[in-house]
Design a protein around this ligand. Sequence first.
Ligand code: GAF
Length: 395
Amino acid sequence: MTPTTAAQATALFTDLTGRTPDGVWSAPGRVNLIGEHTDYNDGFVLPFAIPHRTYAAVGVRDDGLGRVCVASTFADEPVEVALDELDALFPTPTGTAPRVPEWAAYPLGVAWALRQAGAEGRGLDIAITSDVPVGAGLSSSAAIEGATASALNDLWAAGLDRTALARIGRRAENEAVGAPTGIMDQMASMLGEPDAAIFLDCRSLDAVLVPVGIAEAGLAILVMDTRVTHAHSTGGYRERRAACERGAAIMGVPSLRDVSVGDLPRAEELMDDVTFRRVRHVVTENQRVLDTVRVLREDGARAIGDLLVASHASMRDDFEISVPELDTAVEAALAAGAIGARMTGGGFGGAAIALIEQDSVQQVTDAVNATFAASGFTAPVVFTVTPSAGAHRDS
Ligand code: GAF
């Protein structure tokens, strides 16, 4: 894939407006190393930003009309609305589609959420390009939100820090797009650093960078995009979140963060089997994040394989968010010698990751491709990623 660049966003902006933008801002997608569906349970996650990025070329309009126009390579037609109209467009009522095309609800939702937070400014033109695969569980949406929020924060002189901008992105996702997600993806996209994962406490939003040392250990992270696309605004994600809230209510705690592995026998007595298994996934996954951080620090990346494999089994069997293509990717990678593998992101499609020897990239890729072909699945897209920089201004 040819990397998308700031120059491409600038060219799109100029096609749209005939002007040069005031600047270009970008934000990455993410891979989650471990800690799935723990973020909205106030728990722990360990994602890292990937090299794939979304670019927003943005210019303040001098027509005094207070309108915002967004264009992107996702759609043929730009979408233009008055800034004063945003309050009539959002929030999107639960369970309904946004009143603007869905792709436009991300940047327009960010503008709305920033205004709700007190930011003010003139009208804008925004041109968005991206090479973060869409629907692959790699947070293409958080990348749009991060790039747009960073741009508007500067151009409207809102003065928000990175955590506040991540909250703006999540508000756009939850209330403008209507996807009831947590804050992991926005925090990963805002805070990413080369060579480090972000150990995030989703209750306090305290974030600590943990050096992953993957390259130093002679290892690589392979992404296996199954090309089974998913959306978190519908269906299973919302249902899993409701099950977690039910479980926490039964345990009499604010969130599943407050349930420990030692509480599980009591949880099993109190709940139906499905709710219990949803709870067990979240509780054990929180523990696996803590264990992964400890093992990374004490023993290095080569020692985390079993935790990745246990995480996948928990998502497959207890949380039931895997699909045959994700299980096949994980199993094929492990059979070809991967140290560990698991699905990453919200599930119901998307991508799996594998921790592999650097010199086995081709061998594992070939094995995964061959197993998908033999299973009659659409060919996956397989590539390596390294922990990369978070949101920033490019020009
Ligand atoms: C999606 C959501 F956007 C995140 O908030 C998180 O819940 C993740 O699924 C599952 O860990 O990426």
